[in-house]
Design a binder for this molecule. Structure first.
Ligand SMILES: NC(=O)C1=CN([C@@H]2O[C@H](COP(=O)(O)OP(=O)(O)OC[C@H]3O[C@@H](n4cnc5c(N)ncnc54)[C@H](OP(=O)(O)O)[C@@H]3O)[C@@H](O)[C@H]2O)C=CC1
Ligand SMILES: C[C@H]1O[C@H](OP(=O)(O)OP(=O)(O)OC[C@H]2O[C@@H](n3cnc4c(=O)[nH]c(N)nc43)[C@H](O)[C@@H]2O)[C@@H](O)[C@@H](O)C1=O
Length: 360
């Protein structure tokens, strides 16, 4: 990529998009173009066609999507499949029409079967049934991989699909219903610690800074306690409990978003579609897993965050909430062989994430 060529980063305010902008800017790329959701709704085919016709990007990184944690995926099933299919169809198709030199499509490791052999290799795609809670999102992401692959094979485009593991970092979503586990636990444990210390100012500051559903702005202690209880942060007989959804047994792999961005830029700068497969016949499974190759149970994750934040209270596991996939560890040998490896350990990342949460 030339330093002054036009690079369109879709989803530039999100967790991954913002890290990609930072990485590209640090490397001296000067011609980045962006649009917020309200400036350009990527589900609108006409608006996306007009945007590509007028801006003519040379490179595209597609980090815009409808994204959320396990409950959001399971609740807004229609939105997750429709919006993701529309966004990716519009952006990938217009990239083909306007002869974009290279496009990076971001999928997710939830494309792999629920009971996938571990660690999950790229070729295990479509071997078995998907996890129910995120099936609509996963089907959209699989369609995105196949769209890129099919356009490459039919039209000679250079569209690469990457499948990141669970991500976290600056600009993450800390909503307690719709977010992913790591930011949710950071916020819940931060509030739990403030509750055990009767630090009402910290609790009020948190609720006021980041609006939380059910908080009307009434900052009386009774009202605040009701909100905290709603999200599973409770106090009885002077002991504080923070709720963890599910059994705590599922294993998850976490990658720092700035490492993810670095992997994306590395691939954009150094690799092409032809580097993603070896077989010359029946070319498939050309997507690339992005992760660390290391996982941890949700209970262990909660304890790591507890230690970082200095919370002394207890956890309560809520079996009414879904566990989802029990294990989804990526095999990252393809990525490593292409020349990239992660840098930030989970322990270090949690500390960085908590520092960012306290002072964005
Ligand atoms: N977070 C994670 O753990 C994982 C994420 N991924 C994938 O990585 C990619 C980035 O995810 P992440 O950064 O976490 O997501 P975020 O929710 O943080 O950001 C998504 C971005 O997409 C934009 N967006 C959403 N809908 C539209 C739309 N209709 N039109 C225009 N823009 C839209 C939002 O714009 P605005 O800010 O203007 O509202 C936002 O900037 C996604 O493809 C996701 O599936 C994959 C695996 C794990
Ligand atoms: C990135 C990935 O993200 C989603 O899949 P997921 O990995 O299951 O995501 P999650 O982060 O929400 O949960 C991980 C585990 O953690 C448990 N858990 C405990 N306590 C909380 C909690 O407070 N919040 C949340 N969200 N989870 C919690 C939770 O019950 C589950 O067992 C899909 O969108 C999928 O499509 C996808 O791509």
């Amino acid at each position: 990529m030339g330093k002054d060529e036009i690079i369109y980063v879709a989803g530039h305010r999100g967790l991954v998009g913002s890290a990609i902008i930072k990485n590209l800017t640090n490397k001296g790329y000067q011609n980045l173009i962006t649009r917020t959701h309200s400036e350009l709704d990527l589900t609108d085919a006409v608006a996306v066609a007009e945007f590509f016709a007028s801006e003519k990007p040379a490179y595209v990184i597609l980090a815009a999507a409808k994204v959320g944690g396990i409950i959001a995926n399971n609740t807004y099933r229609g939105e997750f499949i429709y919006e993701n299919l529309m966004i990716q169809n519009n952006v990938i198709h217009q990239s083909h029409i306007h002869k974009v030199k290279k496009l990076l499509f971001l999928g997710s490791t939830c494309i792999y079967p629920k009971n996938c052999p571990q660690p999950m290799k790229e070729e295990y795609l479509l071997m078995d049934v998907l996890e129910y809670t995120n099936e609509p999102y996963a089907i959209a992401k699989i369609a995105g991989i196949k769209l890129c692959e099919s356009y490459n094979l039919q039209y000679g485009t250079n569209f690469i699909s990457v499948m990141p593991t669970n991500l976290y970092g600056p600009n993450d979503n800390f909503d307690l219903e719709k977010s992913h586990v790591l930011p949710a636990l950071i916020r819940k444990i931060h509030l739990g610690k403030a509750l055990e210390e009767n630090d009402w100012n910290t609790i009020k500051k948190d609720l006021n800074n980041l609006p939380i559903e059910g908080h009307s702005g009434d900052n009386s202690q009774d009202s605040i306690l009701k909100i905290l209880n709603k999200y599973g942060i409770t106090k009885s007989n002077n002991e504080v409990f923070v709720e963890i959804w599910g059994s705590g047994k599922p294993m998850r792999e976490f990658l720092w978003s700035e490492d993810m961005a670095d992997a994306c830029v590395f691939i954009m700068e150094n690799r092409d579609f032809k580097d993603t497969y070896q077989s010359k016949t029946e070319i498939r499974n050309t997507h690339i897993n992005i992760g660390t190759g290391l996982d941890i149970s949700i209970a262990e994750l909660a304890n790591l965050i507890k230690k970082t934040i200095g919370y002394k209270g207890a956890f309560k596991f809520n079996s009414q909430k879904p566990d989802g996939t029990l294990k989804k560890l990526t095999d990252v040998s393809k990525l490593n062989n292409l020349g990239w490896k992660h840098q930030v350990s989970l322990k270090e990342g949690i500390k960085k994430q908590y520092d960012w949460y306290l002072e964005p």
